[in-house]
Design a protein around this ligand. Structure first.
Ligand SMILES: [Cu+2]
Length: 156
């Protein structure tokens, strides 16, 4: 009986340890909105404009609306959409982005992106940029995104 008790305790400790790791993962998974594959473009020398790309996951059942993005490195971050009009790449500012429940939205070169204006200092490769995503339905989400080099020409 006593031996059993000790074994039970050992199992309990192992279980708690495993749960601890699982819980950390679960906490991440159960966050209503998460961001993956985020990155920000390095600024071209002499310019103060950059853009950010990411995949926004809505893990909840309800639609969420991204209506504002803010950052300490810029007074102005806008939600933009690139599209082809009469063979020309044009850009349009959007008031907000909606993400359906249990779905994800891709912000990528040539499509949706965040435009970062008037950056307070040049953004260099391996810098980290903090962006705060503000949603209508829930708390804001703060992300730390790595700065990467420019691989494509942005028309700005
Ligand atoms: Cu843009």
């Amino acid at each position: 009986m006593k031996k059993n008790h000790i074994i039970m305790q050992v199992c309990f400790v192992v279980l708690i340890t495993c749960l601890g790791e699982g819980a950390a993962k679960a906490a991440n998974n159960t966050q209503l909105v998460t961001v993956t594959q985020g990155h920000v473009r390095a600024t071209i020398p002499g310019t103060t404009i950059s853009s950010a790309y990411m995949t926004i996951h809505n893990n909840s059942e309800k639609t969420v609306t991204l209506h504002r993005v803010s950052s300490k490195i810029s007074p102005r971050v806008e939600i933009h959409q690139h599209s082809m009009k009469a063979g020309m790449m044009t850009m349009q500012q959007l008031d907000s982005l909606t993400i359906d429940g249990q779905s994800q939205l891709l912000l990528q070169p040539g499509g949706l992106h965040l435009m970062i204006f008037d950056v307070i200092k040049p953004l260099q490769v391996d810098d980290t940029v903090e962006l705060t995503l503000h949603f209508l339905e829930q708390d804001e989400v703060i992300v730390q995104l790595p700065v990467q080099s420019i691989k494509h020409n942005h028309h700005h």
